[in-house]
Design a protein around this ligand. Structure first.
Ligand SMILES: NC(=O)c1ccc[n+]([C@@H]2O[C@H](COP(=O)([O-])OP(=O)(O)OC[C@H]3O[C@@H](n4cnc5c(N)ncnc54)[C@H](O)[C@@H]3O)[C@@H](O)[C@H]2O)c1
Length: 390
């Protein structure tokens, strides 16, 4: 058992996943819930920080303390909410770095009005430095609303020198997600991106993380439909069942769904959700369709349908249907907690740059070569091997 105290600084702490992480750890500390749903519970306990030694802080564009935020998201049961309400009330988000150009339909008042990118970065760095005085180490996890798809191939993102110049020039192409990532890396704080937004995955920030010796991981948490897809697709491949088409659709009604009802944010999400299948199967599935719709009545209870058309021996066609009625934040929060514990361990071990062994947690894993591993069983093997080394 370790006794290091870990501070998780969450970008978007007032969100459904952020508040569920904080509430979940509080409920564990009080002994009111088990560690079910936390995939690393009981694994590498002697080297990962204890769940009871985790504390939280973070930024949000909404100023409400976390009790008010959690009440709005309605993820917790009333009993669970009552048990942690007081603890949640003590956490108030720091003012956020925000830019309506990258996120237009989420509009909160709790944001910085800095004159320059450099000033925003300095403020985020000082928030982190202050938080670090209260714990042994800090990790940043991005759980903010999905931003509009940034210009990925932008030349100023290709090298650290170019990015530094673009920061000095207050380039409008640099998103808040990138500013947070830059600030974390500059401050020597490990950074995990649970969202599809472009952040530490640009070459300039990968170079910066290597230079600063900071572990980074991302992106986009693999929680529901894509999780199941990366379990099923390797099995179909192993049995030589040819995938003729895969139709995936979702409805969700939380704030994440609202952000995704904006076409530009949706484009970011569809990009990370669509890339897995061909890589696993080794051939193109022309009729691979992924769709997400905002549907308010469901709140945080997402429903996902998959229709898979396959053909087998003698060319005979078959179908497989999956209907996953899941709870978005209940699946996501424990993964974000495990990512933070692993990033802390990576830093303890002196590891830096892309942490590919965390691929199992992401839809679009950051990889040191251009072929990320998507198959769930191989990703899991990679993580367990890393956890049990030494
Ligand atoms: N829930 C899942 O299963 C899942 C899976 C994969 C990825 N994600 C991603 O995780 C993120 C969080 O999901 P959620 O359901 O908690 O969404 P949410 O909308 O409830 O929470 C996002 C929070 O981020 C805040 N925010 C927006 N811009 C910000 C900024 N610039 N700085 C600080 N805070 C900012 C919002 O005010 C909001 O409180 C989303 O990007 C989502 O796509 C979620």
């Amino acid at each position: 058992m370790t006794s290091r105290k870990l501070g998780i600084a969450i970008v978007g702490i007032g969100g459904a996943v952020g508040t569920t992480m904080v509430a979940g750890i509080e409920l564990i500390k009080k002994g009111l819930v088990s560690t079910d749903g936390l995939p690393l519970a009981g694994i590498a306990d002697d080297i990962l920080v204890d769940y009871g030694d985790i504390v939280f802080a973070g930024w949000d564009v909404f100023p409400d303390h976390l009790a008010k935020a959690a009440e709005q998201h309605e993820v917790l049961t009333l009993k669970q909410f009552a048990a942690v309400e007081e603890a949640l009330r003590t956490i108030k988000p720091w003012p956020a770095v925000a830019d309506s150009k990258f996120l237009s339909n989420i509009d909160g008042s709790n944001h910085l009005s800095m004159a320059s990118h450099r000033e925003s970065i300095d403020k985020v760095k000082s928030d982190l430095a202050e938080f670090r005085t209260t714990v042994d180490s800090v990790v940043v996890i991005n759980l903010a609303s999905t931003e509009k798809l940034a210009a990925e191939g932008n030349e100023s993102f290709n090298s650290l020198a170019d990015l530094e110049k673009a920061l000095d020039d207050n380039s409008k192409d640099i998103s808040p997600a990138m500013l947070y990532a830059y600030a974390a890396i500059a401050e020597g704080v490990p950074y995990g991106n649970f969202t599809p937004s472009l952040a530490a995955d640009v070459p300039a920030l990968i170079e910066f993380a290597d230079k600063q010796r900071v572990p980074i991981a991302g992106k986009d948490g693999k929680t529901g439909q894509t999780f199941i897809k990366t379990v099923l697709a390797p099995a179909l491949r192993s049995r030589s069942l040819k995938v003729e088409g895969w139709y995936s659709t979702n409805i969700l009604g939380n704030r994440d769904g609202l952000a995704l009802s904006n076409e530009d944010s949706l484009a970011s999400k569809l990009k990370t959700k669509s890339s897995v299948l061909e890589d696993i199967l080794g051939y193109d599935v022309e009729d691979h369709i992924v769709d997400i719709k905002y549907y308010r009545p469901r709140g945080d209870n997402k429903e996902a349908w998959d229709n898979i058309d396959i053909s087998g021996f003698l060319g005979q066609p078959m179908q497989l249907k999956v209907n996953f009625l899941c709870k978005d934040s209940i699946l996501a929060a424990p993964l974000a907690i495990e990512i933070a514990r692993c990033l802390e361990l990576a830093q303890q071990r002196g590891e830096a740059g892309i942490q590919e062994q965390l691929s199992v947690f992401f839809k679009l894993p950051m990889s040191k070569n251009d072929k990320p591993e998507h198959a769930f069983h191989r990703q899991e093997e990679m993580l367990l091997k890393w956890l049990t080394k030494h």
